[in-house]
Write a protein that binds this ligand. Structure first.
Ligand code: E4P
Length: 218
């Protein structure tokens, strides 16, 4: 399973990359705004800076919502670096744009997916990744993980190549259950990745090993 970090913060991206387990980055307009990145030139420079840290898979989201402008904006984003994956919302013109990008060899991430039907459309259009949002479904008392399982089954039934990129992952149990279900990718904040390190028996076990070593070696 691939790990993507869901942030536009360069320090956090570097920290996750340095851990040696990072396969990519997802951003969205809210995350870019959180970093105070504004204006086309600054946005592009920021995406380039992210690409300079990681090895591949940097999702850059279009702001346009009509076909022509999604294509124009997506092509400009794709030009920034070969690592860019154009992130396109699950709307009618977005699906059409994904089909066009796919036919031209431009990788896409279909975002804001909340149903199996939307995931089928994304796959049929040739999206490289589909992003179902687990946490936001949980927020409205629907089972986000159930959607991941449903999409996994549908994609396996038909051999769709689209990778399931579980998004809006809020805690380690989301991540672990995504792994059990067979999600291809999870994207989550840095603290979810680093929380995987934690276990009290690891801490107490290490303390005992070091204490025993010190008794004999001084
Ligand atoms: C996915 O690509 C989105 O950026 C993200 O996972 C949304 O997460 P949130 O629901 O925690 O904002």
């Amino acid at each position: 399973m691939k790990f993507f970090i869901d942030t536009a913060n360069l320090k956090e991206i570097q920290e996750a990359y340095d851990l040696g387990v990072l396969d990519g980055v997802t951003t969205n307009p809210s995350l870019m705004a959180k970093e105070g990145i504004k204006g086309d030139a600054n946005v592009r420079a920021h995406y380039k800076a992210i690409c300079n840290i990681v090895d591949n898979n940097v999702s850059a989201e279009v702001i346009a919502t009509d076909f022509e402008n999604i294509i124009k904006e997506g092509k400009e984003l794709a030009k920034i670096d070969d690592k860019i994956v154009v992130k396109v919302p699950m709307i009618k013109d977005g699906v059409k744009a994904i089909k066009k990008f796919s036919s031209e060899g431009i990788r896409t991430n279909c975002t804001l997916v909340f149903s199996a039907g939307q995931a089928i459309l994304a796959a049929k259009a040739g999206a490289s990744y589909v992003s179902p949002f687990i946490g936001r479904l949980d927020d409205i008392s629907q089972d986000g993980l159930e959607l991941i399982a449903q999409i996994r089954q549908i994609y396996d039934n038909y051999g769709f190549d689209t990778e399931i990129l579980s998004a809006s992952v809020r805690h380690t149990m989301h991540l672990i259950q995504c792994a059990e279900i067979g999600s291809d990718v999870v994207t989550c904040p840095l603290n979810v990745i680093t929380s995987l390190l934690n276990h009290p028996l690891t801490d107490s076990g290490l303390a005992k090993f070091l204490a025993d070593h010190k008794k004999v070696n001084g």
